[in-house]
Design a protein around this ligand. Structure first.
Ligand code: ATP
Ligand code: MG
Length: 597
């Protein structure tokens, strides 16, 4: 595997900053809230054209090409074949799948001069299914996986955070066509492995997370999350390797027992919330039980009981009571319910009781008494009331038990950089895409889809690799590897040495930039750190008197005076080691560290 790839085939071996279109900014742009957005703008890599719409400038483009090439290599390795579908998609195909109506306002729709409807593709399931349905015909041609790296459009309600949530962005999307579930699982596993490798090669600290606890059974989707405080997703994870999106993860809560002698009704004047109840009784919220009442889609009343320190998970509720909606205050009153003091004992007839499985192990409960200003302590399921069903109902929280090993879960935030998904026959059935199976019958393709947010990945890398001075690119995606900074450029001492050194380092096989701009050294140093060149070499008169230059490792902020001969010798050995894949992390982050160890 080549850790060092060339961004622009055919370009001159040395890049001169005086010629590069990279307008850096000294000040933080006003609307950039997070590091990646701020630093990509400031370092002159991207520019905003409209809300959620960006241009990539030359340095940003170099990084983008490298990320794309990493993705491309990993796709090719698992046998996926690259294609390119149009971004402009005819409306008819979206009617066939039913998504023209389902997709909503995120779909960018337009009409051509002949009054034909189109959309700008947010994803390509419709197009790819239409593409293969008449030409991929026999089981002998399967499995077949096609991918593209292409621009996508989504009219996001809140475009923000620069490249993380934009309206026009680059995605690598792949689609597999399989003859049976076993083959789909194989494609899915191959893709999942490739996605892990892509994250690693991009230098991302990531977790594959359970994104759907699987109503259909089995794991049908995994999201790859780059850990970052700026991420929109909330995660729980465990040292054993388990990780889940809190929206989807199984929850094993840890309610605590409040010991009581039998069922006892106590006056709790003015207590309406769990927080107030816990404070009034001087017990933790985890010792109380929360009651939430609503109606399922068929109009049946349902009461959910969960540990007081947890929140109800809407996705899980939907599973237990499809179409569930909370009662309004008026509806509660009409059913004889007392908001703020509801509980299972003495609940009006005909309400189905579903309780969180974690409450099974703790008894008695502290609950509302269905009477304003009163609660029960010591309420015992089975004796004082009947639970109709036990289920996993809560949003998993930090400190809950890991469903795989039982250890307490830790929390983190994540950026979803990619996702793999088993689609099954959803699109092939809707759009009539069938093949001739081995037994001679016609069957719909079993499909998988797999997406990498290429521009989002780029931003996630910056989110994880920056400091107060700027970006710290991993070697694998850096716009170039070594930046040579001559302190003076008009003389015949420093500049020729810088020039010669650049040629030598380029000849070794690294991408070299020379900052030959007529700027003060301070400006060049600041820009070099902002842009994030992994290795910076400062050439100045004083050093040259002793035959040395100053090498600086951006990631570790360490500097070292070193003779030019030793520097090039060491760089050559780093290059050899990189070629052989020795002593280097796969992403090449630590590649130059050996110069300083
Ligand atoms: P999100 O939940 O963040 O909106 P999604 O689950 O809708 O994303 P997918 O349909 O799974 O996104 O698309 C595949 C990948 O495309 C995502 O994992 C993400 O990396 C990227 N992506 C999706 N929406 C955007 C966007 N608005 N801007 C940049 N990248 C995006
Ligand atoms: Mg997704």
């Amino acid at each position: 595997m080549s850790i060092l790839s060339n961004a622009n085939p055919g370009e001159k071996p040395i890049i001169y900053m005086s010629e590069v279109y990279a307008p850096t900014l000294k000040e933080d742009p006003a609307d950039a809230e997070i590091a990646s957005h701020r630093l990509l703008l400031r370092s002159g890599m991207i520019r905003k054209m409209a809300s959620g719409v960006y241009t990539f400038l030359p340095l940003g483009m170099r990084v983008l090409s490298k990320v794309e090439n990493i993705v491309r290599e990993e796709m090719n390795k698992v046998g996926a074949q690259e294609i390119m579908m149009p971004a402009l998609q005819p409306e008819e195909l979206w009617h066939e799948s039913g998504r023209w109506d389902d997709y909503g306002p995120e779909l960018m729709r337009l009409i051509d001069r002949h009054d034909h409807g189109f959309c700008l593709g947010p994803t390509h399931e419709e197009l790819i299914t239409a593409l293969v349905r008449n030409e991929l015909k026999s089981y002998k041609q399967l499995p077949c996986t096609l991918y593209q790296i292409q621009v996508k459009f989504r009219d996001e309600i809140r475009p923000r955070f620069g490249l993380l949530r934009s309206r026009e962005f680059i995605m690598k999307d792949a689609y597999s066509f399989n003859a049976d579930q076993e083959s789909l699982q194989q494609s899915y596993d191959d893709m999942s492995r490739a996605y892990g490798t892509i994250c690693e090669r991009c230098g991302l600290d990531y977790r594959p997370v359970e994104a759907d606890s699987g109503q259909i059974g089995g794991k049908v989707t995994t999201e790859f999350m780059a850990l970052a405080d700026a991420g929109e997703a909330e995660l729980v994870h465990c040292a054993c390797g388990y990780a889940a999106n809190t929206e989807a993860g199984a929850c094993i809560a840890h309610p605590t027992v409040y010991e009581a002698q039998g069922l006892e009704k106590i006056a709790t004047p003015g207590v309406h919330t769990i927080e107030e109840l816990a404070a009034f009784l001087d017990i933790p919220e985890s010792s109380t039980v929360k009651t939430l009442v609503g109606q399922d889609g068929e109009g049946n009343l349902v009461a959910f009981f969960i540990p007081g320190d947890h929140e109800l998970n809407e996705i899980k509720v939907e599973r237990e009571a499809p179409g569930f909606l909370f009662l309004t205050d008026e509806e509660m009153e009409a059913h004889g319910l007392h908001k703020g003091s509801m509980g299972p004992v003495g609940l009006p007839e005909g309400i189905r009781i579903i309780a969180d499985a974690s409450l099974r192990a703790v008894s008695p409960w502290v609950v509302g008494a269905n009477e304003d200003g009163f609660h029960y302590v010591g309420a015992q399921p089975g004796r004082d009331f009947t639970v109709d069903a036990w289920a996993d109902l809560c949003i998993v929280a930090v400190g809950d038990d890991c469903p795989e090993c039982g250890a307490p879960l830790a929390g983190a935030r994540g950026i979803e950089v990619s996702q793999v998904f088993q689609l099954g026959t959803k699109y092939s059935e809707a759009m009539g895409a069938c093949f001739m199976a081995e037994d001679g019958t016609e069957k719909p393709f079993i499909m998988g889809c797999y997406g990498v947010g290429v521009t989002r990945t780029l931003a996630a890398i910056v989110e994880q690799h920056n400091d107060e001075h700027g970006i710290m690119w991993p070697m694998s995606v850096a716009p170039a590897h070594v930046c040579i900074i001559p302190l003076t450029v008009d003389d015949d001492e420093v500049q020729p040495v810088a020039e010669k050194l650049a040629r030598e380092i380029a000849a070794i096989g690294f991408e070299v930039v020379v900052d030959d701009r007529k700027e003060r050294p301070g400006v060049k140093f600041a820009d070099a750190d902002l842009i994030g060149w992994p290795l910076q070499v400062v050439v100045g008169k004083r050093g040259l008197e002793n035959g040395t230059v100053e090498a600086k490792l951006r990631r570790r902020d360490v500097k070292k005076d070193i003779s030019i001969d030793l520097l090039t010798e060491l760089l050559a050995s780093v290059r050899r080691a990189a070629k052989e894949g020795r002593n280097l992390r796969i992403d090449g982050i630590g590649m130059f560290d050996m110069l300083f160890d």
